[in-house]
Design a protein around this ligand. Structure first.
Ligand code: GDD
Ligand code: MG
Length: 361
């Protein structure tokens, strides 16, 4: 099975972290987000992934120069300008040579980490003779997603992207699709086309869009809250997706890194042995990456401290993300979903709550 992974968005909801690093290259539990996604796809029979690149494409190309990622063959295409989700699918399909193989292919949003059983979805796709099949998840607040109404047998009656409340259903598009090549023919070349706003509603109208409703582990790691939660979920072992537990050898992928279930003695789970932690620092349920320094009497709780970041003595980091090479000064408090951009310096003694620093330019 071949897959197209959509990873060309701007990641605006995760700014300023995404100003320097594209969303799917941000670290999730020590590895770029994309590796968890590719690894999970690989575990379900995907052997080739085409990255649909745009924003900061060079970051992906530099990270996987030999065209392998988590044991899967990787290739890529770069859009000359953002073509939106369907435009990107069409561009990747035609530019990567997938056209010649003709079969059913998979498409996934690059920020979705899930335990979805692709084989089960493929079975539904085949038996229903669907043109496209999508995975659905049930959520409490569907307003920020694609909302989907199905018949009892799984045929999609309506697909509405980010509807005004009240939403017609709590089942939402979970961002993994199986498609027949005929879907490509529905997408205009050379312009922005949204798969959610144009293509899925049209396929549904033709009664050939189907959906698999499965409340497996699932997260869209594209917001500050979910980016943090995805890491803590993997740390807690809530998902079998991802690099830490998908059967990938610990020497090969997790070299020297502790994560759920693989914790060298004396290092709290989630803390890299290549981080430097003062014995009088308190670290609870957090990810602290290689080269980070956590000083004496500081507290890091429910947070992610990226590679090379420095938490100075007496500083407190709660439910927040400190970007790579950033500094939280002595006695500063960084709390409530604050995002500190790469290399930014939070001055000593400052309190930040739900902030993004540096702010939008
Ligand atoms: N190549 C390319 N070009 N990729 C793009 C483009 C583009 O122009 N625009 C967005 N992407 C990529 C993003 O990088 C991301 O991986 C994926 O497409 C989805 O975009 P998001 O920006 O993350 O969308 P969303 O989270 O608001 O909504 C989508 O995901 C939800 C589930 O997580 C939609 O598919 C919703 O329907 C869905 O419910
Ligand atoms: Mg998203």
């Amino acid at each position: 099975m071949q897959a197209i992974l959509l990873v060309g968005g701007f990641g605006t909801r995760l700014r300023p972290l995404t100003l320097t690093t594209p969303k799917q290259m941000l670290p999730v539990l020590h590895r770029p987000m994309i590796e968890h996604v590719v690894c999970a796809l690989g575990a379900h029979g995907v052997d080739r992934v085409v990255l649909a690149l745009g924003y900061h494409d060079e970051a992906f190309r530099a990270a996987y120069p030999d065209g392998r990622c988590a044991g899967v063959d990787l290739s890529w295409v770069v859009e000359p300008e953002p073509l939106d989700t369907a435009g990107a699918i069409r561009f990747a399909y035609t530019e990567s040579g997938m056209e010649s193989s003709e079969g059913t292919f998979l498409v996934a949003n690059g920020d979705v980490i899930t335990d979805l059983d692709v084989g089960e979805m493929l079975q539904l796709h085949r038996t229903s003779r669907a043109e496209a099949t999508i995975h659905l998840i049930e959520v409490e607040d569907p307003s920020r997603y694609g909302v989907v109404v199905t018949d009892s047998d799984g045929r999609v009656g309506a697909f509405v992207e980010k509807p005004q409340p009240p939403a017609p259903s709590n089942w939402i598009n979970a961002g993994t699709y199986l498609m027949e090549p005929s879907v490509i023919g529905r997408i205009d070349a050379g312009r922005r086309v949204s798969v959610e706003r144009e293509i899925f509603p049209a396929v549904a109208e033709d009664r050939s869009l189907w959906a698999l409703r499965r409340n497996t582990y699932w997260i869209d790691a594209g917001t500050p809250q979910t980016y943090l939660r995805a890491q803590l979920d993997l740390l807690d072992g809530l998902s079998s997706a991802g690099v830490s537990s998908a059967g990938v050898s610990s020497e090969r992928v997790l070299s020297g890194v502790s994560s759920a279930g693989v914790s060298p003695a004396g290092v709290p789970a989630g803390v890299s042995p290549e981080a430097s932690i003062d014995p009088a620092a308190v670290i609870e349920r957090s990810v602290v990456m290689a080269g980070a320094v956590v000083g004496t009497d500081s507290v890091v709780r429910g947070s992610a401290v990226h590679a090379g970041a420095v938490i100075e003595p007496g500083a407190v980091v709660l439910d927040s993300v400190v970007g790579s090479g950033a500094t939280v000064g002595r006695g500063a408090r960084v709390t409530d979903g604050t995002l500190v951009g790469a290399r930014f310096e939070v001055a000593p003694g400052v309190t930040l709550s739900g902030a993004r620093v540096p702010g939008a330019a």
